[in-house]
Design a binder for this molecule. Structure first.
Ligand code: GLU
Length: 297
């Protein structure tokens, strides 16, 4: 806590949390610069976090490129950098707390089986921010044991019904705070985590998920402001629920526009020409990039 003009103000901490699955492009630069500039304007701290839980898609050379490209852009960050793949035990401990309170259940179903279930009983699912919003339940104990004995892989899903039961009236009174990018207008947004159905919070292949790891780390690192692209706006609904269930503080959210190519399409990792590396190699300067993204000194 720092004291400002006689009132106690919480410190401002924000972060940029890329996944090293490719080279950073202009969209990442916009995100990093937006958060970095917000921290500077607030006299706060900017954190860099490497979100590399998906070991098959993440590569050390992309992590190295993140440090190099950000430094080239003039972005500096607080050390040490947290690398999520070094902390699976933390995410597991958070998951255990949800398991112990019966808030999650094992899901052995494949995507095809989920779709078949939903085709038979439409109330079990609908479209959601991550494709399929599915509402299920644990298998009967003996059936579950048989699957476990057979070594069948499973994901852990967060049960919306169990979360409602645990939070009681507080479930319907969950809100998150969203601010304009400059920290101006604030609004309270009603959290509707059920849009995700019973979200997978520990994937079959990883034992955790982006949602659980990011929410855990934002709390651990004292992030007061989550600043990220509007493609992740929906995630705030689920993250707010995880925060409530795990007893984590609720950060304020700011969502920025997405940078698109000339055709208006969102940039993706495959857009080689828009990578900071390619721009730099073609003689574009960091100042050119900043100007193009609307950051002028
Ligand atoms: N690792 C996520 C990504 O690269 C960022 C998530 C976040 O900012 O919460 O899309």
């Amino acid at each position: 806590m720092v004291e400002a003009r006689g009132t106690i103000m919480p410190e401002f901490v924000t972060r940029f949390a890329p996944s090293p699955t490719g080279l950073l492009h202009l969209g990442h630069a916009y995100s990093a610069l937006t958060a970095h500039e917000a921290a500077r304007a607030a006299g706060g701290r900017f954190i860099l976090r490497i979100e590399d839980i998906d070991r098959t898609r993440c590569k050390p050379e992309f992590e190295a490129a993140i440090y190099e490209d950000l430094a080239w852009l003039g972005v500096d960050w607080a050390e040490p950098v947290r690398r999520q793949s070094d902390h699976f035990a933390d995410y597991d401990a958070a998951l255990r707390r949800l398991i112990d309170r019966n808030l999650v259940y094992r899901c052995f179903r494949t995507r095809k089986e989920l779709l078949d279930d939903i085709a038979r009983a439409p109330h079990l699912g609908a479209g959601g921010p991550e494709g399929l919003a599915y509402f299920g339940a644990a298998l009967p104990q003996d059936a579950e044991q048989a699957m476990l004995d057979a070594g069948a892989p499973f994901a852990w899903r967060l049960s919306i019904a169990a979360a409602r039961g645990a939070l009681k009236g507080a479930y319907d009174a969950l809100f998150f705070t969203e601010e304009d990018l400059d920290g101006g207008a604030r609004r309270e947004v009603k959290a509707t985590p059920e849009i995700f159905g019973d979200a997978v919070i520990a994937r079959k292949d990883l034992g955790t998920s982006y949602h659980l790891a990011a929410v855990h780390d934002d709390a651990l690192e004292g992030v007061t402001h989550v600043i990220r692209g509007e493609d992740l706006r929906a995630a705030a609904h689920l993250h707010r629920l995880l925060q409530a269930l795990l007893g984590y503080p609720a950060p304020t959210y700011r969502h920025h526009r997405l940078i698109t190519d000339e055709g208006g399409r969102r940039l993706a990792k495959r857009d080689r020409a828009a990578t900071l590396r390619a721009l730099r190699e073609s003689g574009v300067s960091a100042d050119d990039v900043k100007r193009r993204l609307g950051f002028t000194d």
